[in-house]
Write a protein that binds this ligand. Structure first.
Ligand SMILES: [Zn+2]
Length: 145
C-alpha cells in the first residue's frame, strides 16, 4: 500500500488534537472472528507509526474490500475500537465493529433495521442480549463469538 503524508511526521501523543497528526498507518494485525471454530470475518488493525492511533476495518468473509489510507476509518481519541456481539443473531449479523466510548451509549442497527441505543460502561457493553470486546486486547488472536 502507499503511504501519504510522509513529509510531515509531527504528532501529538497527548491526544489533545493541538497538532493534528498526518497519520502514517502501517498494518498492525488482525483479529479473526470465529463461530464454532470457523472464521466468518475479521478485523484488520492498522496503527499510525507516529501517534500510535489505531485504525480498524471490518471484513466479512467473502466480501472483498481494498484498504487505502484515504478511506481509513478514523476514531475519536476518547473512544476505543470494539466488537459488538448480538447474542441472538447468527453468522455475519452476529457481530459488528463499533467505536466504544468509556461510558454512554452506542447506536446499533438491528437486523430489523431499527436503531437502538446500547449502554456502555468502562468500554464494555452492558446490555442484555449483547456482549463486546476491545480490539486492542485481541490483536492477532481468534475470538470465538
Ligand atoms: Zn498519527
Amino acid at each position: 500500500m502507499t503511504v501519504q503524508g510522509l513529509n510531515k511526521s509531527h504528532c501529538s501523543v497527548k491526544g489533545m488534537d493541538t497538532e493534528p497528526c498526518v497519520h502514517q498507518p502501517v498494518y498492525f494485525g488482525v483479529i479473526n472472528i470465529n463461530i464454532n471454530e470457523r472464521t466468518i470475518g475479521s478485523v484488520d488493525v492498522w496503527r499510525c507509526g507516529a501517534c500510535k492511533k489505531r485504525f480498524c476495518e471490518e471484513k466479512q468473509l467473502g466480501i472483498e474490500s481494498i484498504s487505502d489510507i484515504v478511506g481509513m476509518p478514523d476514531i475519536e481519541h476518547d473512544k476505543k475500537w470494539g466488537v459488538l456481539i448480538s447474542k441472538l443473531q447468527k453468522g455475519k449479523d452476529r457481530w459488528s465493529l463499533v467505536k466504544m466510548p468509556e461510558s454512554g451509549t452506542i447506536k446499533h442497527e438491528r437486523i430489523d433495521e431499527e436503531i437502538v441505543d446500547i449502554s456502555v460502561e468502562n468500554y464494555q457493553v452492558v446490555e442484555e442480549g449483547y456482549w463486546s470486546f476491545l480490539v486492542d486486547e485481541h490483536v492477532n488472536e481468534a475470538v470465538e463469538i
